[in-house]
Every structure is written in C-alpha cells, then in structure tokens.
Ligand binder design. Structure first.
Ligand code: NAG
Ligand code: NAG
Ligand code: NAG
Ligand code: NAG
Length: 487
C-alpha cells in the first residue's frame, strides 16, 4: 500500500507508521461501532436492554427515547407515596367510555391500589350514579360541566387550590389531555399532561375523510383549518412542563414538530387490564355457541367499539358486501362478530345471517368476545392516541388487522407477524380480508401467540401504571433528589 523511496527513510517510516495507525484505528472504529450497534436498545423487540442497563452508567429516564413500558420497575409500591391531582373532563360510565376516559380509569385505579392518594377533579353527570370504589385514598371532586362539556376551569382550580392549601400540598399534577387548560397549567413544574389525540396526528384522519367523501356531501373546512390548529398547539403545548406521548409516533411529533425539549417528552404506551383481557379457550368456545355461531365456520372476524362512520364502518360494510357477492365460499365459511352500538349495527345485520351483532358489552362480556374471535379488525378512519380495543385484543392473544395509521404501525402492528394493515380504501381492505381468510386459523393462532408475548411486555395496565408512577416520583422532587429519574 505504501511505496518507499530510497533516501527518504524517515518519511517512509512515518508513512508506514501512519498507515498502521490508520488501519488499527479503522479496525477499532468498526469494532466499536459494531458493539455500539449491539448495545443500543432495540425498542421493537423489547429485548436487548440487558447490557446497557447492567452497566455502571444509569440511564437518565427523562431523556429515555423509547417507551418506558420496555423498562422494569419494582413491583412493590415505592417508599414514598404521592398525593396526586388528576384532571379529567369526564369519568367513564361503564360501556360508553372513550379512550381518554378508559386511560384515566385504568391508570388511576391502579395508582390508588398501590397506595397513592388520588384527587380526581372531574365533571358530575346527571345520567349515571357515580361508582363507588373500594379505596379510602381515592377522592372525587365533582363540578358541573360548562355548556360545551368541559371542566369549569375557575371552579376546578378553586377546588384544587383548597386541597393544595388546607392539607399537604400535591406532589404531582396529572391532566388527561387539555382537561386542565394551559392557562392554569403554565408554570407548574411538577405537572404532566397525557395526550390522547393531537392536531398534527388528526391531519391524517382528515385527509382520509376528505378522500372518501361522496360527491353529494359538502366539503368540510376541517382539513384546511387544521394547519393553523397545529400552529396554535405548538404555541400552547410549551406551557405544559412534562408531556406523556401514548404512542411512539406522537412522541416523535412532540419532539420534532412541536419542538418540546427531549427531557420533557416521555413515551408511555397505553395499557389495559391484563387480569381481564387474557386468553381463555374454553370461554371462547362457549361464547361462540352462545352467540349461535355454527361450528362449520372456519374464520371468525371480530370488531368492537362505536359503530359509526369515523370508525370506518361504511368501508368495512362495503368491503364485506362486495366479497360476499363475489365469493360464496367466503360467505359460507366466515362469521363476523360485531360488539358495540351505533347506526352501523343495524346495517351490518342486513348483510346476512353470518353477521352477529351483539350490541354494547360489559367488560367481562367483552373479554369473552375477544376469546371467541380468530382475528380483531379495527377499520378506524380516525386514530388518536393509542387505540384501546387493539390492546385488549393483543392481551387476549389475537392477531390484528387495522388501518395504516402511524400510531398503530409504529407501536402495535409493527410487522407482519403481528397482523395485517391496509389503506383506508375498499379495495385495500378487501385484499386484507382475503389474505386473512387464505392464511386461516392455524397461521392466525401462531401470530396470536407472538402478539400476546409482546403485549405482555408492553401493554399491561401494570406496566403502564409502574411507568407513570416512576415519572410522577421523578418530577415530584423538582431539582432536589433526582434518584427516581435514574434507571
Ligand atoms: C346523558 O344521556 C343522553 C342520552 O343518552 C346524552 O345525549 C347526554 O349526552 C348524556 N349526558 C351526559 C352528561 O353524559
Ligand atoms: C401547592 O402548594 C405548594 C405548597 O404551598 C406550593 O409550593 C405550590 O406552588 C402549590 N401549587 C400550585 C399549583 O399552586
Ligand atoms: C349521497 O349519495 C348516496 C348514493 O350515491 C346516498 O346513499 C346518500 O344517502 C347520499 N347522501 C346525502 C347526504 O345526500
Ligand atoms: C373464492 O376465492 C378463492 C380464493 O381466491 C377461490 O379459490 C374460490 O374459487 C373462490 N370461490 C368463488 C365461489 O368465487
């Protein structure tokens, strides 16, 4: 490689030395970059943290770039119990809860169970009697909602201040989305907001809505106004100190597009109750016969949730209708189970006797429903936050089929081994349905095992609550003791 000239001995020696040094450093560099590669957390697999975590360099949790669900926190409650203020627009009433409310319920009941003192500031509802929970350390502060259904900010702030003054002050404040508005939330250092839908993420939904709009429907201006909505959010989001992204995608958007500093954005994926949603073959079989599904059916497709346009039911209806018309074998061998209520329930019934419309289900019935199906389909056209029905199906050990939204493909259906994704068009959805049908029960069961294995590492209520607890412990101390912020 290096040619030496007579009479330039010194120069030659130097060249040889240099080249040796160069190749040694190249070797070293390639070696170290390889080992760096292997030491990096591999967020999607949920493994590979071992070496990194066992080293003597603790991880700074506040800048941890992956979902905290990947980490293992102690199962015993911490020595320090917290007094936590929770702001949530609406506390869920059983069957009709949306994602935000279900998140509030699952998370805060789990934290109360671990011994923390929780004060929930929420609206009273004339429609249902407020549930009783077996926790002495869980307090509700109800107030009349505004005409628009929001929390009356002046009122809840007064309730909060009374609590903060008269007894021991709050260690941490948690608001589900903008339940506590930025005008009040600003300058509270020990505050975290969890996002269940931000404007940037809903642009994708609005584009889809516009694409599938039929010519006789009037155009909405939602889409054209959405850009300004994002700009507004970018401005006021800054006023919340800590942000919890409920999906990998939203974590990225908050840091990159909303320009919130990395050490104030934390990804904690949603979790659902693993004691309720779990595989139970026998219950699944019993439910099938209770629903009246003939044993001859070789594929059972399940859908759950509100049966409305935004959830993609017109698309699913059209796809099923076309497939039934063009392939009689499909129609004979497939059963479709539909849980939930909404206008599309009655329409599905008209598709034929292989549609089983169950109406809205209580939680335990819902758990049986997941066990009865072979695959869970969510054709949603409006994905905000991280969809709970997908996670319930995951813990029940069922593969998934869902629309290609970034929150879904980035955190849940991250590869073909977990299920199927489609573009929100009738053709794409039909292709996926045919693919599932051809794959058949055997392949679906295999995928279901893989799905559940990953789900138990990420999407349990226990994982979620442990991650939030650690975040709350960390930010409750201000600048003083940061031990809880290290891992
Ligand atoms: C009460 O129920 C009615 C009808 O079911 C519904 O329209 C209304 O939004 C509900 N109100 C509240 C506060 O939940
Ligand atoms: C709650 O009370 C503590 C102790 O007096 C005080 O430091 C804190 O600023 C109060 N929090 C809010 C949001 O007013
Ligand atoms: C639009 O047209 C479709 C048929 O092309 C019809 O089913 C639907 O009811 C119409 N919608 C409105 C709002 O007129
Ligand atoms: C239905 O589709 C399958 C798979 O593409 C095909 O083998 C079968 O012939 C079709 N049946 C009918 C009745 O079209």
């Amino acid at each position: 490689m290096v040619s030496c000239f007579h009479g330039f001995r010194g120069f030659c020696t130097a060249l040889v030395l240099l080249s040796v040094l160069y190749s040694v450093s190249l070797l070293y560099w390639s070696h170290s970059s390889v080992s760096f590669y292997f030491h990096r957390p591999r967020p999607d697999s949920g493994i590979g943290f071992g070496m990194e975590m066992s080293s003597n360099h603790p991880v700074d949790l506040l800048t941890f770039p992956s979902p905290w669900n990947h980490l293992s926190f102690p199962t015993n409650p911490p020595q320090k119990l917290l007094k936590i203020a929770v702001f949530v627009k609406k506390w869920p009433d059983g069957r009709h809860a949306g994602g935000l409310e279900r998140h509030a319920l699952t998370l805060h009941l789990a934290l109360a169970k671990r011994g923390h003192e929780l004060h929930v500031f929420t609206t009273s509802s004339s429609n249902f009697s407020f549930p009783n929970y077996p926790f002495k350390n869980l307090y509700f502060h109800l107030s009349k909602p505004t005409n628009a259904g929001y929390l009356d900010q002046a009122l809840v702030w007064k309730q909060f201040q009374d609590q903060n003054l008269t007894q021991s002050p709050f260690d941490v404040v948690h608001t589900e989305s903008v339940s506590l508005m930025h005008t009040r939330a600003k300058n509270i250092p020990n505050l975290a907001v969890s996002w269940h839908g931000i404007a940037y993420e809903s642009i994708h939904s609005d584009i889809i809505q516009e694409l599938i709009r039929s010519p006789n429907e009037t155009q909405t201006y939602r889409l054209t106004q959405k850009g300004m909505k994002v700009v507004e959010e970018i401005k006021f989001f800054q006023r919340y100190t800590h942000h919890v992204a409920t999906s990998d995608h939203v974590g990225d958007v908050l840091k990159r597009i909303y320009m919130i500093p990395d050490n104030r954005v934390h990804i904690i994926l949603n979790g659902v109750d693993e004691d309720v949603f779990k595989p139970d073959h026998e219950k699944g079989q019993n439910s099938r016969s209770n629903y009246g599904i003939p044993i001859s059916k070789s594929l059972i497709i399940g859908m759950a949730g509100r049966l409305v346009k935004d959830k993609g039911h017109p698309l699913m209806f059209e796809a099923l209708k076309q497939i039934f018309a063009e392939n009689s074998t499909f129609k004979e061998t497939v059963a479709v189970l539909v849980a939930g209520d909404g206008p599309w329930g009655a329409r599905y019934k008209d598709l034929g006797t292989n549609l089983f419309v169950l109406g809205p289900l209580q939680t335990s019935q819902l758990a049986n429903f997941y066990n009865a199906i072979d695959i869970f389909v969510n054709p949603t056209l409006r994905a905000q936050g991280l969809d709970h029905t997908l996670l319930e199906a995951v813990l029940s050990g069922k593969p998934l089929m869902a629309t290609k939204f970034a929150s879904i493909t980035g955190s849940v259906i991250i590869g073909r081994e977990y299920g199927y994704t489609f573009s929100p068009t009738v053709d794409s959805l039909k292709n996926s349905l045919y693919e599932v049908w051809k794959d058949g029960r055997g392949i679906l069961e295999k995928k279901g095992k893989v799905v559940r294995e990953r789900g138990m590492k990420l999407f349990t209520a226990t994982k979620m609550a442990a991650a939030y607890e650690r975040l709350f412990l960390c930010i409750s101390n201000g600048e003083k003791n940061q031990d809880y912020c290290k891992y």
